[in-house]
Design a protein around this ligand. Structure first.
Ligand code: 4AD
Ligand code: MG
Length: 436
């Protein structure tokens, strides 16, 4: 078989070479047969094509195998390309050879099964058209993030995954036994990135991130991938503009490479194209409360964080992602500094996606005031000795610096228009699920 030139389905459909004999390998996506004919639909990574198997066109034993083979059987076909107006793709194969590589057992997944069942069967469901499309888009998004930063002179920098400190709140730490000690899984790359910007100046990373989230929402995973950047000499405004550019770049790369997948997911391509070409607004938290009050008749007390419901209502008034800056200082992490021009607020931002996808990016300028950070950490019950190394960064040639983290699954979920973040990662981990 080594000399066979295997064609991809997309090639066959693009080339439209009627009467050409082609070799194809893939999996049976659908099949039905009656008497002397079997209609199969074959899938490979690039698409699906109908293959008609008629007794007499191929050896009898292969015809019998074709009739017998159940969906998800893996097959090698030889066939002649024929135009067929009735076939979903306009072309089909008249099968001349049908070799079953593996006869699949009855596939456990049939139509209309519950999300929980599909999660139990994730190792099989991952080959569905829906998940295949999402995973291709995810791959484009991840590639785009690397390209975005590398093209702009950022170095890729890796931080440890096992970390002795919290950064985003002690309550979501995953504790790990570490020999006779204990440590935690990374909640963010940030603290280590702050050490590195004093040499590499502009850095980025994309890595696994862990948070023991207690809430069951359609936005939270316990293990997710965060794409973060950190840069010396940059302020809040600089990084919000980079975050906007990055999100637009990811979107435009997906639009360039994944139209077919977006169509399969029934996404409105024109709408996404419009977003990729639009300006994203920046407003303050205070302004956001005004919009909620005036246009949604919602009274949020100044000082309270925006909840899901408020973010969703706010996004009724925007059709692109927006940046919200200057959240109340009181409720922000220790590393977010006071805004000297508005001291009740912090020099920080979230980017919120349109629709009901919520926060896709979070970041800030970094606090340079060691005493202030010590005070905040003490208040939240932290042992400040563990942060001495971090405070050192403020003692030896510190400069203003800023950064942010983008939730890869949040962005993928938004671009794909899927209703649960669990479908934006191959094998989701949540409070209720760590298998398969
Ligand atoms: O806003 P967060 O918590 O920010 C940080 O961790 C900063 N240290 C990043 C930085 O400045 N370098 O998280 C950043 C993003 C959020 O905007 C969200 O998109 C995503 O990470 N995220 C989650 N995604 C899925 N599941 C979760 N449990 C998430 N928690 C945060
Ligand atoms: Mg955040």
């Amino acid at each position: 078989m080594s000399e066979v030139r295997w064609k991809k389905i997309e090639e066959i459909l693009d080339e439209k070479r009627t009467d050409e004999t082609v070799h194809l390998h893939g999996w049976i996506y659908r099949t039905r047969s009656s008497g002397n004919i079997a209609f199969t639909v074959i899938r490979d990574v690039t698409g699906t094509i109908q293959a008609t198997v008629k007794k007499g066109n191929l050896p009898d034993n292969e015809f019998e195998d074709a009739k017998k083979a159940l969906i998800e059987s893996s097959v090698e076909l030889k066939g002649i390309v024929k135009e067929d107006k009735r076939a979903p793709e306009g072309y089909e194969l008249q099968v001349k050879g049908f070799n079953v590589v593996n006869f699949a057992e009855p596939f456990p997944i049939v139509k209309d099964q519950s999300p929980e069942f599909l999660l139990d069967q994730r190792h099989l469901w991952i080959r569905s058209q829906k998940l295949t499309s999402i995973l291709k888009i995810r791959s484009t998004a991840v590639g785009a993030i690397h390209k975005f930063f590398r093209d702009r002179g950022y170095f890729e920098f890796d931080a440890p995954i096992l970390q002795p400190n919290q950064c985003e709140g002690g309550s979501t730490l995953f504790e790990v036994k570490y020999y006779d000690n204990k440590t935690y899984l990374s909640q963010t790359w940030q603290l280590y990135a702050e050490a590195a910007v004093f040499s590499l100046e502009k850095i980025y990373n994309m890595g696994p991130t862990f948070r023991a989230e207690r809430s069951k929402t359609s936005r939270h995973l316990s293990e997710f991938w965060m794409a973060e950047m950190e840069a010396a000499w940059m302020d809040l405004h600089n990084v919000t503009e980079i975050a906007k550019e990055e999100v637009k770049f990811i979107l435009s790369e997906v639009l360039k490479h994944n139209k077919r997948e977006l169509n399969l997911l029934k996404q409105d391509i024109n709408k996404l194209q419009h977003i990729a070409e639009s300006e994203f607004s920046t407003i303050t938290y205070t302004k956001a409360l005004e919009i909620l009050n005036e246009k949604e008749n919602m009274n949020v007390q100044w000082g309270k964080d925006l909840r899901t419901i408020e973010e969703n209502k706010l996004m009724n008034h925007f059709d692109t992602p927006i940046v919200v800056t200057n959240y109340p200082l009181e409720i922000m992490a220790f590393y977010k500094p006071k805004d000297p021009d508005d001291p009740k607020t912090a020099l920080c931002f979230d980017m919120i996606a349109p629709g009901e996808y919520g926060e896709i990016v979070g970041g800030s300028q970094r606090n340079l005031d060691v005493e202030d950070m010590e005070k905040k950490l003490k208040e939240s019950g932290e042992n400040i000795e563990n942060y001495e190394w971090y405070f050192d960064l403020r003692r030896y040639g510190s400069v203003p610096h800023s950064g942010y983290g983008l939730g890869v699954e949040r962005v993928v979920a938004w671009i794909c228009g899927i209703d649960n973040i669990k479908d934006a990662i191959p094998f989701p981990r949540t409070i209720l699920r760590f298998r398969p």
